[in-house]
Write a protein that binds this ligand. Sequence first.
Ligand SMILES: Cc1cc2nc3c(=O)[nH]c(=O)nc-3n(C[C@H](O)[C@H](O)[C@H](O)COP(=O)(O)OP(=O)(O)OC[C@H]3O[C@@H](n4cnc5c(N)ncnc54)[C@H](O)[C@@H]3O)c2cc1C
Ligand code: SF4
Length: 263
Amino acid sequence: MMRLPLFEFRAPRTLQEASRILDGERTNAMPLAGGTDLLPNMKRRQQVPRTLMSLRHIQPLNDVELTLSGSRLGACLTLSDIAADPRFRNGLTALAQAASLVATPQIRNMATLGGNICLDTRCNYYDQSYEWRKSINFCLKKDGTTCWVAPGSSKCMAVSSTDTGPALMALGARVRLVSLSGEREVALSDFYNNDGIDYIKRRPDEILAEVLLDSLHGWKSAYLPSAGRYRCGKFAVRPPIKSASHRRSCRNCGSNSQAARQH
Ligand SMILES: Cc1cc2nc3c(=O)[nH]c(=O)nc-3n(C[C@H](O)[C@H](O)[C@H](O)COP(=O)(O)OP(=O)(O)OC[C@H]3O[C@@H](n4cnc5c(N)ncnc54)[C@H](O)[C@@H]3O)c2cc1C
Ligand code: SF4
Protein backbone atom coordinates (compact mmCIF):
# COMPACT_ATOMS: atom_id res chain seq x y z
CA MET A 1 0.00 0.00 0.00
CA MET A 2 1.31 3.44 -0.91
CA ARG A 3 1.11 5.93 1.92
CA LEU A 4 0.92 9.70 1.80
CA PRO A 5 4.00 11.57 3.03
CA LEU A 6 3.55 13.76 6.11
CA PHE A 7 2.14 17.21 5.37
CA GLU A 8 0.64 20.19 7.14
CA PHE A 9 -3.04 20.83 6.34
CA ARG A 10 -4.56 24.29 6.04
CA ALA A 11 -8.21 25.08 5.31
CA PRO A 12 -8.70 28.83 4.74
CA ARG A 13 -12.22 30.24 4.47
CA THR A 14 -11.49 33.25 2.30
CA LEU A 15 -9.48 33.89 -0.87
CA GLN A 16 -7.49 36.55 0.99
CA GLU A 17 -6.45 34.07 3.68
CA ALA A 18 -5.60 31.45 1.04
CA SER A 19 -3.51 33.97 -0.90
CA ARG A 20 -1.60 34.86 2.28
CA ILE A 21 -0.81 31.19 2.92
CA LEU A 22 0.47 30.62 -0.62
CA ASP A 23 2.46 33.85 -0.52
CA GLY A 24 4.18 32.78 2.69
CA GLU A 25 4.82 29.17 1.70
CA ARG A 26 5.60 29.71 -2.01
CA THR A 27 6.60 26.39 -3.64
CA ASN A 28 6.25 24.49 -0.34
CA ALA A 29 2.45 24.63 -0.50
CA MET A 30 -0.03 23.37 -3.08
CA PRO A 31 -3.77 24.02 -3.35
CA LEU A 32 -5.90 20.92 -2.81
CA ALA A 33 -9.31 20.79 -4.50
CA GLY A 34 -10.79 17.31 -5.06
CA GLY A 35 -7.42 15.65 -4.54
CA THR A 36 -8.03 13.05 -7.26
CA ASP A 37 -4.85 14.05 -9.09
CA LEU A 38 -2.68 15.49 -6.33
CA LEU A 39 -3.10 12.84 -3.62
CA PRO A 40 -2.14 9.86 -5.84
CA ASN A 41 0.81 11.92 -7.09
CA MET A 42 1.88 12.49 -3.49
CA LYS A 43 1.62 8.77 -2.76
CA ARG A 44 3.94 8.15 -5.69
CA ARG A 45 6.25 10.97 -4.44
CA GLN A 46 5.86 12.82 -7.75
CA GLN A 47 4.75 15.89 -5.83
CA VAL A 48 5.69 16.33 -2.17
CA PRO A 49 4.37 19.66 -0.87
CA ARG A 50 5.08 20.43 2.78
CA THR A 51 1.65 22.07 3.09
CA LEU A 52 -1.67 21.18 1.50
CA MET A 53 -4.14 24.04 1.38
CA SER A 54 -7.73 22.95 0.90
CA LEU A 55 -9.89 25.21 -1.28
CA ARG A 56 -13.20 23.56 -0.49
CA HIS A 57 -14.28 25.94 2.31
CA ILE A 58 -13.87 29.11 0.25
CA GLN A 59 -17.47 29.87 -0.71
CA PRO A 60 -16.89 32.08 -3.80
CA LEU A 61 -15.01 29.20 -5.42
CA ASN A 62 -18.25 27.19 -5.36
CA ASP A 63 -20.39 29.89 -6.96
CA VAL A 64 -21.80 29.82 -10.46
CA GLU A 65 -23.31 32.73 -12.34
CA LEU A 66 -24.88 32.10 -15.75
CA THR A 67 -26.34 35.13 -17.54
CA LEU A 68 -27.05 36.10 -21.14
CA SER A 69 -24.08 38.45 -21.10
CA GLY A 70 -21.57 35.91 -19.81
CA SER A 71 -20.77 33.29 -17.20
CA ARG A 72 -18.54 32.90 -14.15
CA LEU A 73 -17.82 29.38 -12.94
CA GLY A 74 -16.18 28.92 -9.55
CA ALA A 75 -13.06 26.74 -9.63
CA CYS A 76 -14.43 24.30 -7.03
CA LEU A 77 -17.55 23.31 -8.94
CA THR A 78 -17.32 19.55 -9.23
CA LEU A 79 -17.40 17.84 -12.60
CA SER A 80 -20.57 16.01 -11.48
CA ASP A 81 -22.23 19.38 -10.72
CA ILE A 82 -21.42 20.62 -14.21
CA ALA A 83 -22.45 17.42 -15.98
CA ALA A 84 -25.81 17.21 -14.16
CA ASP A 85 -26.87 20.86 -14.17
CA PRO A 86 -29.48 21.47 -16.92
CA ARG A 87 -28.35 25.11 -17.19
CA PHE A 88 -25.09 23.89 -18.80
CA ARG A 89 -26.68 23.46 -22.22
CA ASN A 90 -26.52 24.95 -25.74
CA GLY A 91 -23.35 27.06 -25.61
CA LEU A 92 -22.17 25.17 -22.53
CA THR A 93 -23.11 21.68 -23.72
CA ALA A 94 -19.50 21.04 -24.78
CA LEU A 95 -18.32 21.71 -21.23
CA ALA A 96 -21.03 19.52 -19.66
CA GLN A 97 -20.22 16.69 -22.08
CA ALA A 98 -16.48 17.00 -21.42
CA ALA A 99 -17.08 16.93 -17.65
CA SER A 100 -19.33 13.89 -17.96
CA LEU A 101 -16.62 11.94 -19.80
CA VAL A 102 -13.92 12.33 -17.17
CA ALA A 103 -12.91 9.12 -15.37
CA THR A 104 -15.64 7.55 -13.19
CA PRO A 105 -18.66 8.86 -11.22
CA GLN A 106 -16.74 8.63 -7.94
CA ILE A 107 -13.88 10.71 -9.32
CA ARG A 108 -16.24 13.22 -10.95
CA ASN A 109 -18.01 13.68 -7.59
CA MET A 110 -14.72 14.89 -6.07
CA ALA A 111 -12.83 16.37 -9.03
CA THR A 112 -13.23 20.09 -9.61
CA LEU A 113 -13.14 22.34 -12.64
CA GLY A 114 -10.02 24.19 -11.40
CA GLY A 115 -8.26 20.91 -10.60
CA ASN A 116 -9.08 19.50 -14.02
CA ILE A 117 -7.64 22.58 -15.71
CA CYS A 118 -4.47 22.57 -13.57
CA LEU A 119 -3.85 18.83 -13.25
CA ASP A 120 -0.33 17.49 -13.68
CA THR A 121 0.83 16.18 -17.06
CA ARG A 122 0.92 12.43 -17.59
CA CYS A 123 3.38 9.93 -18.97
CA ASN A 124 3.83 6.15 -18.60
CA TYR A 125 7.39 6.66 -17.32
CA TYR A 126 6.25 9.18 -14.71
CA ASP A 127 2.90 7.90 -13.41
CA GLN A 128 4.52 5.04 -11.54
CA SER A 129 5.47 4.31 -7.95
CA TYR A 130 8.65 5.80 -6.50
CA GLU A 131 10.37 2.39 -6.59
CA TRP A 132 9.42 1.85 -10.25
CA ARG A 133 10.76 5.26 -11.22
CA LYS A 134 13.91 4.70 -9.18
CA SER A 135 14.55 1.43 -11.02
CA ILE A 136 14.91 3.37 -14.30
CA ASN A 137 16.91 6.15 -12.63
CA PHE A 138 13.88 8.45 -12.69
CA CYS A 139 13.30 10.84 -15.63
CA LEU A 140 13.71 14.47 -16.56
CA LYS A 141 10.33 15.51 -15.17
CA LYS A 142 11.22 14.48 -11.62
CA ASP A 143 14.54 13.49 -10.00
CA GLY A 144 16.27 12.29 -13.23
CA THR A 145 18.16 13.62 -16.23
CA THR A 146 16.85 11.57 -19.18
CA CYS A 147 13.55 11.65 -20.98
CA TRP A 148 12.73 7.99 -21.64
CA VAL A 149 10.12 8.88 -24.28
CA ALA A 150 12.72 10.78 -26.34
CA PRO A 151 16.19 10.22 -24.83
CA GLY A 152 17.73 12.96 -27.00
CA SER A 153 15.21 15.54 -25.86
CA SER A 154 15.95 18.30 -23.39
CA LYS A 155 12.21 18.86 -22.97
CA CYS A 156 9.58 16.73 -21.22
CA MET A 157 6.78 15.69 -23.54
CA ALA A 158 4.21 14.59 -20.97
CA VAL A 159 0.74 15.89 -21.86
CA SER A 160 -2.29 17.11 -19.98
CA SER A 161 -5.25 14.75 -19.85
CA THR A 162 -7.76 17.50 -19.14
CA ASP A 163 -11.10 17.11 -20.91
CA THR A 164 -12.65 20.37 -19.75
CA GLY A 165 -9.63 22.39 -20.93
CA PRO A 166 -10.11 21.82 -24.69
CA ALA A 167 -13.87 22.37 -24.42
CA LEU A 168 -13.36 25.66 -22.58
CA MET A 169 -10.63 26.81 -24.96
CA ALA A 170 -12.98 26.26 -27.89
CA LEU A 171 -15.58 28.39 -26.08
CA GLY A 172 -13.04 31.21 -25.63
CA ALA A 173 -12.81 30.91 -21.83
CA ARG A 174 -10.49 32.91 -19.58
CA VAL A 175 -9.30 32.06 -16.09
CA ARG A 176 -9.04 34.52 -13.19
CA LEU A 177 -5.88 34.01 -11.14
CA VAL A 178 -5.72 35.55 -7.67
CA SER A 179 -2.69 36.15 -5.45
CA LEU A 180 -1.73 38.46 -2.61
CA SER A 181 -0.18 40.86 -5.13
CA GLY A 182 -3.40 41.15 -7.16
CA GLU A 183 -5.28 39.30 -9.83
CA ARG A 184 -5.08 38.75 -13.57
CA GLU A 185 -7.08 37.14 -16.34
CA VAL A 186 -5.48 34.76 -18.82
CA ALA A 187 -7.13 33.32 -21.92
CA LEU A 188 -7.22 29.55 -21.49
CA SER A 189 -5.71 29.19 -24.96
CA ASP A 190 -2.61 31.01 -23.59
CA PHE A 191 -2.63 29.23 -20.23
CA TYR A 192 -0.80 26.05 -21.27
CA ASN A 193 2.88 25.82 -22.16
CA ASN A 194 4.27 23.32 -24.63
CA ASP A 195 6.38 21.75 -21.89
CA GLY A 196 5.50 18.75 -19.72
CA ILE A 197 7.28 20.15 -16.65
CA ASP A 198 6.41 23.84 -16.73
CA TYR A 199 3.00 23.12 -18.21
CA ILE A 200 0.82 26.04 -17.08
CA LYS A 201 1.26 29.77 -16.57
CA ARG A 202 -0.11 29.71 -13.02
CA ARG A 203 2.50 30.93 -10.53
CA PRO A 204 2.84 28.87 -7.30
CA ASP A 205 1.34 31.75 -5.28
CA GLU A 206 -1.75 32.02 -7.51
CA ILE A 207 -5.18 30.44 -7.06
CA LEU A 208 -7.34 29.79 -10.09
CA ALA A 209 -10.50 31.38 -8.73
CA GLU A 210 -12.94 31.14 -11.62
CA VAL A 211 -13.51 30.48 -15.29
CA LEU A 212 -14.98 33.37 -17.25
CA LEU A 213 -16.97 33.09 -20.46
CA ASP A 214 -18.32 35.83 -22.71
CA SER A 215 -21.89 35.57 -23.92
CA LEU A 216 -22.60 32.26 -25.64
CA HIS A 217 -26.09 33.38 -26.59
CA GLY A 218 -27.05 31.65 -29.85
CA TRP A 219 -24.28 29.07 -29.58
CA LYS A 220 -24.65 25.33 -29.86
CA SER A 221 -21.60 23.38 -28.81
CA ALA A 222 -20.52 19.78 -28.60
CA TYR A 223 -17.52 17.93 -27.25
CA LEU A 224 -16.43 15.09 -29.49
CA PRO A 225 -13.71 12.84 -28.12
CA SER A 226 -11.99 11.11 -31.01
CA ALA A 227 -11.25 7.40 -31.33
CA GLY A 228 -7.68 7.87 -30.10
CA ARG A 229 -8.01 9.24 -26.59
CA TYR A 230 -5.14 11.67 -27.00
CA ARG A 231 -5.92 12.81 -30.52
CA CYS A 232 -7.69 15.96 -31.67
CA GLY A 233 -11.41 15.98 -32.09
CA LYS A 234 -13.02 18.42 -29.73
CA PHE A 235 -14.77 21.46 -31.03
CA ALA A 236 -17.52 23.91 -30.43
CA VAL A 237 -19.70 25.20 -33.23
CA ARG A 238 -21.66 28.43 -33.41
CA PRO A 239 -24.61 28.64 -35.79
CA PRO A 240 -25.64 29.45 -38.47
CA ILE A 241 -23.55 26.58 -39.76
CA LYS A 242 -23.05 28.06 -43.28
CA SER A 243 -21.01 30.89 -41.86
CA ALA A 244 -19.95 29.10 -38.78
CA SER A 245 -17.05 29.91 -36.60
CA HIS A 246 -15.58 26.52 -35.86
CA ARG A 247 -13.18 26.40 -33.02
CA ARG A 248 -11.19 23.32 -32.35
CA SER A 249 -8.84 22.79 -29.50
CA CYS A 250 -6.48 19.97 -28.89
CA ARG A 251 -4.94 18.70 -25.69
CA ASN A 252 -2.23 16.68 -27.39
CA CYS A 253 -0.31 19.43 -29.20
CA GLY A 254 1.48 20.61 -26.07
CA SER A 255 -1.94 21.67 -24.89
CA ASN A 256 -2.06 24.54 -27.36
CA SER A 257 -5.35 25.44 -28.95
CA GLN A 258 -6.14 26.22 -32.53
CA ALA A 259 -9.00 28.16 -34.01
CA ALA A 260 -10.26 28.05 -37.57
CA ARG A 261 -13.03 30.00 -39.27
CA GLN A 262 -14.92 28.29 -42.09
CA HIS A 263 -17.43 29.85 -44.45
C1 LIG B 1 -8.45 6.97 -12.66
C2 LIG B 1 -8.44 8.41 -13.18
C3 LIG B 1 -8.89 8.65 -14.47
C4 LIG B 1 -8.90 9.94 -14.97
N1 LIG B 1 -9.40 10.16 -16.21
C5 LIG B 1 -9.49 11.44 -16.67
C6 LIG B 1 -10.09 11.74 -17.92
O1 LIG B 1 -10.55 10.85 -18.65
N2 LIG B 1 -10.16 13.05 -18.30
C7 LIG B 1 -9.69 14.05 -17.53
O2 LIG B 1 -9.82 15.22 -17.90
N3 LIG B 1 -9.12 13.79 -16.35
C8 LIG B 1 -8.99 12.53 -15.92
N4 LIG B 1 -8.43 12.28 -14.70
C9 LIG B 1 -7.85 13.37 -13.98
C10 LIG B 1 -8.96 14.05 -13.21
O3 LIG B 1 -9.63 14.85 -14.10
C11 LIG B 1 -8.35 14.87 -12.21
O4 LIG B 1 -7.94 13.95 -11.22
C12 LIG B 1 -9.30 15.90 -11.63
O5 LIG B 1 -10.00 16.60 -12.61
C13 LIG B 1 -8.50 16.87 -10.87
O6 LIG B 1 -9.38 17.66 -10.12
P1 LIG B 1 -9.20 17.75 -8.55
O7 LIG B 1 -10.16 18.76 -8.09
O8 LIG B 1 -9.29 16.41 -7.92
O9 LIG B 1 -7.71 18.33 -8.48
P2 LIG B 1 -6.61 18.14 -7.37
O10 LIG B 1 -6.09 16.75 -7.42
O11 LIG B 1 -7.07 18.64 -6.06
O12 LIG B 1 -5.52 19.15 -7.94
C14 LIG B 1 -4.90 18.92 -9.19
C15 LIG B 1 -3.82 20.01 -9.39
O13 LIG B 1 -4.42 21.27 -9.58
C16 LIG B 1 -4.04 22.20 -8.56
N5 LIG B 1 -5.26 22.95 -8.27
C17 LIG B 1 -6.49 22.42 -8.04
N6 LIG B 1 -7.39 23.41 -7.94
C18 LIG B 1 -6.72 24.57 -8.09
C19 LIG B 1 -7.11 25.94 -8.08
N7 LIG B 1 -8.39 26.33 -7.92
N8 LIG B 1 -6.15 26.87 -8.25
C20 LIG B 1 -4.86 26.52 -8.43
N9 LIG B 1 -4.43 25.24 -8.47
C21 LIG B 1 -5.36 24.29 -8.30
C22 LIG B 1 -3.52 21.34 -7.42
O14 LIG B 1 -2.57 22.05 -6.64
C23 LIG B 1 -2.89 20.20 -8.20
O15 LIG B 1 -1.65 20.59 -8.70
C24 LIG B 1 -8.42 11.01 -14.17
C25 LIG B 1 -7.96 10.76 -12.87
C26 LIG B 1 -7.98 9.47 -12.38
C27 LIG B 1 -7.49 9.24 -10.98
S1 SF4 C 1 10.65 13.56 -19.16
FE1 SF4 C 1 10.07 12.11 -20.78
S2 SF4 C 1 9.80 10.18 -19.69
FE2 SF4 C 1 9.70 11.80 -18.15
S3 SF4 C 1 7.54 12.34 -17.94
FE3 SF4 C 1 8.44 13.71 -19.48
S4 SF4 C 1 7.99 12.69 -21.44
FE4 SF4 C 1 7.78 11.13 -19.84
